[in-house]
Design a protein around this ligand. Structure first.
Ligand SMILES: C[S@@+](CC[C@H](N)C(=O)[O-])C[C@H]1O[C@@H](n2cnc3c(N)ncnc32)[C@H](O)[C@@H]1O
Length: 858
């Protein structure tokens, strides 16, 4: 294995190739698999990480498919000179550059950038079609004037209606009304008559605002039959392509595609950690070795396929709205509301939706055709019916339902409405009819469809993403045949559905997170457990534990689990799940991880360290000798082990003060960082404010373009349940035998499974700076944020800490990786982790999403 190379001022990651004076390391962005292949095939230097640029074999080399397909970094950085002249295998300038065998260009080249821009522009153009199927102009204007209205696209988001009117006046464009919706890039202009509409539309064509050309489109209106305007709208998008863009290719190819794109993302970890490696500090071995694996930070061991590929989602959120044809529809939105898309189309063609969910959607849609209450209008924020969520729970194979409906035995329906300004009696009557409609629909089906509970969620907010505490009411379900109502006295919060993972039964309340593909999640958790090297001596932190799935399925393999989760109802489910499965060696802390992580590590581990120190003269930073990884159990669940009830805690957990101020980056900056990360991954803001729903492609959001995951904002200010943390820990303080067994936890492992936004910087800092934590398994539904967090965890510390740059003005425009490099600089001096291996698990067939697991050790 190569020795670490001293990191020089000049070029932190480079060594000189003594044979030709060239920079012998690949430019990171040149380190493509094809490059590696080229090296391997032609000069066999892959194992040393060096490459020979010279064309030893003359003509034969020039025929190689990779010949001159990458730009020569030496030539570029040495004033267009290269010792190898024409014999260099790399292209000297754009003119010499050849396309690669797969018809792509060196990604650093102008051609590649241009191709990318064209592709992006095309995508943007497609996404900017106006599909507003709702009344968009207030009051009387709409009914009399919609025929003379046009929609303008590409307006600055920050503009208000007055800005639009000023612009039109300045340009000399005649109009009657003009309206701009805040935060969106579209506006609506109504003209006096057809003649004015025609001439003004002509005048508007080609007008630019900033660097954008204003687009004039027809208004889609549900009140007339001129629905698709110039006919372009309906043709440009198809819901199946929007929601499940990979559905048209075979599943094996989907997996390959995901693997390739993960590799590209993973390479950013190597590149950024190399860049961030402080001057004068040796590059860590994993970075040096990355040259041998195409620039990857560690091997990507593969991708585990989902055991079921179609109808796998156990939770779908269906929006209520108007289709392009103007029908009241329950389905998914064709695009993003902020870009002017409100059209909702039926999800019948989306292969990830289950049969049962589709049936309930049809029942609801039929019900809405005859409802006295209006559907929600996203533009005006008025209306009543908003969304239907269908959640399903499976049996463990021992009941009548095992064969029918693919094992789905329980169904929870949550109908989101906005009751404000509606008559109570009318609302109550509609709810009663709704419950009857669902029961009639379920029982008329043969065999009868499962229907466990029907909730209504009252939510007035702009988007359908309701806060966790939005009021939930349980509607009584009438017995079939008009018998008296049942469930009337049930407490809404006590009603849950159930599912099984590794033979453990999980209780799931209406708003708690649960992975949407249970069978694939089982594989994910088993993998995480196997990589975590668990044993009876292990203290396992399950960070962002939701209903406790990871910790509970692994509890029998460790001494103790501490689960941390901010959603109170998920924590209450987690307690219940521990109880119903007889698992006692687990504690759940209801709090934001950033508020308690540091304190928990100190409370649990310092004690161990002290006790360890008294037994051994060795530094507490050493990996305990007996922490060797026990045999992996492949996730097979043995019986719960109540005898492991030994994780007592001595003192209270204090809220971490560090979460307010992180290394010179103000709280405000950190908060925006959350949205920065959100922006980086293109998660619409309106989907991202629910701190309780999360996961890559975990919830098909009603208000979103695609089944992209709703984001939990790790930095959002929600109620901090610190009091609960304290009491939780105090409870566990009452040791039955009056003596703590902390000394047995010689192996301390964290499994983190954060929402899309990744871990809060305070949590990263706590994990990185606690020397007893030697192993960390990072599960992520968003590889970009995994990479960003791993940059902070894996970049070596400088010999001496540099004070953080207080001038953070540039952070807004930084990528998540750039921001992570910036933070890494002010990380307290601590031993860095290194990436050991990574593996993907496909929880979301037919979509570009998948879960990524990475093992980090030190
Ligand atoms: C991707 S889910 C994983 C849940 C669980 N590990 C599972 O697989 O079912 C992320 C969880 O993190 C929780 N969460 C989000 N932000 C958090 C924070 N700041 N602190 C603690 N938990 C958080 C969410 O409520 C959610 O339950």
């Amino acid at each position: 294995m190569a020795e670490p190379v001293a990191n020089t001022q000049l070029s932190p990651s480079k060594t000189l190739d003594s044979t030709n004076g060239h920079d012998s390391t690949m430019e990171p962005n040149q380190m493509l698999p094809q490059d590696a292949q080229l090296n391997q095939e032609n000069d066999g230097v892959v194992s040393t990480g060096k490459r020979s640029r010279e064309d030893d074999d003359g003509e034969e080399r020039s025929l190689h498919p990779m010949w001159k397909t990458s730009l020569c970094s030496y030539y570029r950085s040495h004033n267009n000179t290269c010792n190898h002249g024409d014999t260099c295998r790399y292209a000297h300038g754009e003119e010499e550059l050849r396309p690669r065998p797969d018809n792509t260009w060196d990604p650093t080249s102008e051609r590649a950038k241009k191709a990318l821009k064209t592709e992006t522009d095309e995508k943007c153009a497609a996404s900017e079609d106006v599909m507003m199927t709702e009344a968009v102009v207030d009051g009387d204007d709409i009914d009399s004037n919609h025929a003379f209205s046009k929609c303008l696209v590409h307006l600055p988001r920050r503009w208000c209606s007055e800005d639009l009117r000023n612009f039109l006046s300045q340009q000399g464009i005649a109009f009657k009304y003009a309206k701009k919706k805040n935060g969106m890039m579209i506006g609506f202009v109504t003209f006096e008559d057809e003649e004015q509409l025609k001439s003004s539309s002509k005048d508007l064509e080609g007008k630019t605002i900033g660097n954008k050309t204003v687009k004039v489109a027809d208004v889609l209106n549900t009140n007339n039959d001129k629905l698709t305007g110039d006919g372009s709208v309906g043709k440009t998008r198809n819901l199946r392509d929007v929601v499940t863009p990979l559905a048209h290719i075979p599943y094996a190819d989907q997996l390959e595609q995901k693997k390739t794109s993960l590799m590209q993302i993973l390479k950013k970890l190597t590149r950024n950690a190399r860049k961030a490696c402080p001057d004068g500090v040796s590059l860590p071995e994993w970075i040096l070795n990355s040259r041998e694996i195409g620039g990857l930070p560690c091997k990507l061991e593969g991708i585990i396929a989902s055991p079921i590929v179609d109808g796998y989602r156990n939770k779908c959120e269906f929006s209520v709205g108007y289709s392009l044809k103007g029908n009241v529809t329950v389905g998914f939105m064709l695009g993003n509301f902020r870009e002017g898309v409100t059209a909702v189309e039926e999800a019948t063609e989306c292969p990830n939706v289950s049969t049962i969910a589709s049936k309930y959607v049809t029942m609801f849609q039929e019900f809405l055709q005859h409802s006295d209450l209006p559907v929600w209008n996203r533009f005006k924020n008025t209306g009543f019916w908003r969304q239907l969520t269908v959640r399903e729970g499976r049996t463990n194979g021992n009941t009548d339902h095992a064969e029918t409906f693919g094992g789905i035995a329980e169904v929870m329906l949550i109908v989101q409405v906005s009751t404000a300004n509606f008559d109570d009696a009318l609302v109550a009557a509609e709810f009663k009819r709704l419950a009857q409609a669902f029961v009639a629909g379920a029982t008329s089906h043969c065999p009868t469809l499962p229907l466990t509970a029907l909730f209504v969620q009252d939510h007035q907010g702009i988007s359908n993403v309701a806060p966790a505490d939005a009021p939930l009411h349980l509607l009584p379900l009438p017995k079939a045949g008009g018998d008296p109502e049942i469930d009337e006295n049930n407490n809404a919060m006590d009603v849950r559905i159930h599912d099984y993972i590794n033979n453990l039964r999980f209780s799931i309340s209406p708003t708690a997170f649960f992975q949407v593909n249970t069978l694939a999640a089982e594989k994910l958790y088993s993998l995480a457990g196997d990589w975590a090297c668990l044993g009876p001596d292990t203290l396992l932190f399950d960070i962002c534990c939701g209903t406790g799935t990871i910790g509970l399925t692994l509890a029998h393999r460790v001494g103790m689990v501490v689960g941390i989760e901010m959603n109170a109802s998920a924590v209450s489910d987690a307690h219940r799940n521990a109880e119903i499965n007889g698992i006692k060696n687990i504690r759940f802390i209801c709090s934001k991880a950033e508020d308690v992580m540091g304190s928990l590590l100190r409370e649990y581990l310092n004690m161990t360290k002290k006790q360890d120190d008294s037994n051994t003269p060795k530094s507490g930073y050493d990996i305990p000798e007996d922490s060797a990884c026990p045999e992996a159990e492949n996730g097979e669940m043995a019986s719960p082990c109540p005898e492991n009830n030994n994780g007592e805690v001595r003192s209270e957990v204090q809220k971490d003060s560090t979460s307010e101020q992180v290394d010179g980056i103000s709280e405000q900056a950190e908060n925006v960082t959350g949205s920065q990360l959100r922006d980086d991954v293109n998660v619409p803001k309106e989907q991202s404010d629910d701190a309780n729903v999360c996961g890559g492609g975990n919830d098909i959001p009603g208000d979103s373009t695609c089944p992209c995951p709703q984001t939990s904002d790790m930095t959002s200010r929600s109620e901090n349940n610190n009091a609960e943390v304290v009491s939780e820990v105090q409870n566990s303080n009452s040791s039955e035998n009056g003596n703590t067994s902390m000394q047995q936890f010689k192996n301390v492992v964290a499994i983190v499974d954060p929402p899309r936004a990744g871990l809060h910087p305070t949590v990263i800092k706590a994990l990185r700076t606690h020397p007893r934590l030697r192993r960390l398994v990072y599960i992520s539904c968003n590889p970009e944020t995994l990479v960003a967090n791993a940059i902070e965890l894996c970049t070596p510390s400088p010999a001496k800490i540099q004070k953080g740059n207080k001038d953070n003005r540039g952070w807004r425009n930084m990528s998540s990786a750039g921001l992570a490099r910036h933070r890494a600089k002010s990380m307290p001096i601590s031993e860095a982790f290194h990436p050991v291996k990574a593996m993907a698990v496909d929880l979301f067939p037919h979509t570009p999403h998948c879960e990524l697991v990475m093992l980090l050790e030190r």
